[in-house]
Design a protein around this ligand. Structure first.
Ligand code: AMP
Length: 283
């Protein structure tokens, strides 16, 4: 695996690959890689000749009181994992390389749809940071395909919409949620969970599954289901940010006759904010 810290260096090798007719698959990340990230690399390698991964902890998508400073940075072990997973090129820029004109005056990509609900409601500006950095990375890498995890369902939906709205010549592909043996969705932020809380945080996934079972069994009292879910999370000792039964495509509150439904949740532990989701298709 070759590592590039500059966009120009990476572009040079990718231009050559493209001229040879090789296809490029791209996996953007913020590092601290776990098996969920590596599955995306493996998936990219299955359908592309060249796999590019980026590691960049993007300050633009973190709020002022969020964890940009303490976000786990594990560059050496990330490189070792990427090498083993079949990644060809790693792009690891610093802040100046990505934002040479500074953060405040950076041109931004704004997607008005789906960005002010769910995680966007509690993290104002987050998705603007995501769409801006992903657009920049797409322009640098110019991939044929980019792979995103369903774990961050809203992010995936926003990026799909952005690529469609802005006619970006890239195929956006999704990858299933990778979980720990007890069901907790893998996340770089799981390291913030205390030992005492750890056995109980599966309540988020279990609650989303309970809602899914209720809906499949015909219980369509969405508002009550959401309230009961928050009670379950509270009784496990955590604070709900949101539990929402949404239309899978628009992320708006699901209508009674919607067939594709995604149940999304976010909850706070003492020092982590965890998200998860589950999709169901009704017939
Ligand atoms: P991150 O570095 O956490 O921003 O994530 C980089 C990419 O990996 C995003 O497309 C995420 O959705 C994806 N990802 C993170 N965690 C998981 C997981 N547990 N399963 C599948 N994909 C994931």
């Amino acid at each position: 695996m070759q590592v590039f810290h500059t966009a120009s260096g990476l572009r040079e090798v990718l231009d050559k690959a493209r001229r040879k007719g090789l296809s490029i698959g791209f996996v953007p990340t913020m590092g601290n890689l776990h098996d969920g990230h590596l599955a995306l690399i493996v998936q990219a390698a299955k359908s592309n000749d060249i796999v590019v991964c980026s590691i960049f902890v993007n300050a633009l998508q973190f709020g002022l009181n969020e964890d940009w400073d303490k976000y786990p940075r594990t560059y050496e072990s990330d490189c070792a994992k990427l090498r083993q997973s079949g990644c060809h090129y790693l792009f690891h820029p610093n802040d100046t390389e990505m934002y040479p004109n500074g953060l405040d005056t950076q041109s931004r990509v704004i997607c008005p749809t789906m960005t002010d609900v769910l995680c966007g409601a509690s993290r104002p500006g987050h998705f603007e940071g995501v769409t801006t950095v992903v657009s920049k990375l797409f322009n640098i890498v110019q991939p044929d395909e980019a792979i995103f995890g369903i774990k961050d369902y809203q992010q995936l939906a926003v990026i799909r919409r952005m690529a469609e709205d802005l006619c970006m010549p890239v195929k956006i592909t999704s990858a299933p949620i990778h979980r720990e043996p007890d069901g907790l969705a893998m996340s770089s932020r799981n390291s913030y969970i205390s030992d005492e809380e750890r056995p109980k945080v599966t309540v988020l996934k279990e609650t989303l599954e309970w809602i899914a079972q209720q809906i499949v069994a015909g219980n369509l009292e969405f508002s009550k289901l959401q309230k009961d879910a928050a009670k379950r999370i509270k009784s496990a000792g955590f604070k709900t940010d949101y539990i929402t039964i949404s239309n899978s495509k628009t992320l708006q509150p699901a209508a009674i006759d919607d067939r594709q439904i995604t149940i999304l949740g976010a909850m706070y532990t003492e020092s982590a904010r965890l998200i998860d989701n589950i999709s169901i298709a009704l017939d």
